[in-house]
Design a protein around this ligand. Structure first.
Ligand SMILES: C[S@@+](CC[C@H](N)C(=O)[O-])C[C@H]1O[C@@H](n2cnc3c(N)ncnc32)[C@H](O)[C@@H]1O
Length: 174
């Protein structure tokens, strides 16, 4: 796919020696083929409408930035650019007005330290959720949603949701 990017001056580049691709000949090596086999597995955590192709994000980052540069994505969605940037040694500032997007991106950028840490966190959330089970009022859930679940399953799901919010180290909303 050929792409003509904005003129380099529109990115506010101040370093005259910086390598900037020739706009007229600028080609990025991404294709419409699926790249899931080469992708960081974190990209597959959740679907997101309008997600950028991972190969496109990687290609832009490698072409336009260097190790240690700071990449700002104020419309981070599910964090494709943010993950590629961090994985390729760039600093990242990411944001999104959709709390789900911010949560997904944060989860991908700050994963548990390992499987053991993830298991410990899960066990803690599960324990707290069992304590919240009897507090759940299924009438707070829209009727059409209730129809999809057995009441016991729905009550348990709500309790896990509450436990996740309660035990989170970040400010997430119900
Ligand atoms: C197409 S997605 C971005 C994809 C992302 N850059 C990636 O790496 O895959 C667009 C995002 O912009 C967010 N958005 C739209 N308008 C916004 C605004 N005014 N402030 C913050 N986020 C906004 C949407 O919530 C959505 O998550």
């Amino acid at each position: 796919m050929a792409l003509v990017p904005l003129n380099s001056s529109s990115f506010g580049r101040k370093d005259p020696n910086r390598r900037v691709p020739n706009a007229a000949r600028f080609e990025l090596p991404w294709s419409s083929e699926p790249t899931a086999a080469d992708d960081y597995s974190f990209h597959q955590i959740a679907p997101y409408i309008g997600r950028m192709k991972t190969s496109m994000a990687r290609s832009l980052i490698e072409t336009w930035t260097r190790q240690g540069d700071l990449i700002v994505d104020p419309f981070c969605g599910c964090g494709t650019v943010a993950v590629e940037a961090a994985a390729n040694g760039r600093g990242v500032v990411a944001g999104d007005w959709n709390p789900y997007a911010a949560l997904l991106t944060r989860a991908k950028l700050f994963p548990p330290a390992g499987v053991r840490a993830a298991e410990r966190r899960l066990q803690h959330v599960w324990k707290v959720s069992r304590e919240r089970l009897c507090e759940q009022d299924l009438r707070t859930v829209p009727k059409w949603v209730r129809q999809f679940f057995h009441p016991r399953t729905l009550r348990s799901t709500l309790a896990v949701r509450d436990a996740c919010v309660e035990t989170s180290s970040i400010n997430i909303r119900r």
